[in-house]
Design a protein. Structure first.
Length: 239
């Protein structure tokens, strides 16, 4: 993702990368790259994070200490880390989204605005997400965000079911099934299925490259730069 962002920033006159952080130093870049974020002494208007969950604690500590807004794109955070995100947002601006794609976030908005109509009509809801074989967290943060967008519009009446195999019973009306597929090099594929009597309505999003996430992250960095504190997400950006 760092290299994808680097390529896109070269084509954007409004943005410049001043430094990078990566334990791997086998790639030559046009900007300095530090192995540890604590070593970075270069001023910046915002940080874009596409690291891994274990790196998030040091990242947040650094951004709070330096008073730098952060676009947090890492998924799979534990409860303590999510709490730390909220605490950090009281001191700096934090933009965190499960998915940085503009298309996915538009889909979230569509679901918020329309899911109630289908739910009230008795449609059952299932979400199927597919990702590459190296993705560790399941279900994806995006799948959960899609489910949450539906649930919030329905006063949180649904429970989430992640594995039906041990149950051996018919589905209940007040549940959303979430299934994860891992294989190959699938970038990201999400289907939200509303199954009714004699008809099915499916909302889908397919990512064909990681560039869509980088584009969204750059747009988010432009949005959050200059903000002092607060908690934001991509819904704020697409508005």
């Amino acid at each position: 993702m760092g290299q994808v962002i680097s390529r896109l920033v070269k084509e954007d006159e409004d943005v410049q990368i001043v430094a990078g952080v990566d334990p791997y130093d086998g790639i030559t870049n046009e900007y300095p790259v530090f192995k540890d974020i604590k070593e970075c002494n270069i001023e910046a208007d915002a940080v874009i994070d596409f690291a891994s969950a274990p790196a998030v604690d040091n990242l947040l500590d650094y951004c709070v200490d330096k008073k730098i807004p952060v676009v947090l794109c890492t998924t799979g955070l534990n409860e303590n880390q999510l709490k730390k995100v909220e605490e950090a947002s009281e001191k700096i601006a934090v933009l965190k989204s499960a998915n940085m794609s503009v298309g996915v976030n538009l889909l979230i908005k569509i679901l918020k605005d329309n899911a109630k109509v289908l739910s009230d009509a008795g449609f059952d809801i299932e979400i199927v997400e597919k990702h590459h074989k190296m993705k560790k967290d399941a279900p994806s943060g995006t799948a959960l965000a899609l489910a949450d967008s539906i649930n919030e519009s329905m006063d949180n009446k649904y429970t989430y079911i992640y594995d039906r195999s041990p149950r051996s019973e018919a589905r209940h009306a007040d549940e959303i099934g979430i299934s994860a597929v891992r294989g190959g090099t699938i970038v990201g594929d999400h289907d939200v299925i509303f199954a009714g009597e004699d008809e099915v309505v499916t909302f889908s999003h397919t990512a064909y490259s990681r560039a869509i996430f980088a584009k969204g992250a750059i747009a988010a960095a432009k949005f959050i730069a200059g903000k002092e504190n607060g908690r934001y997400d991509m819904q704020d950006v697409i508005k």
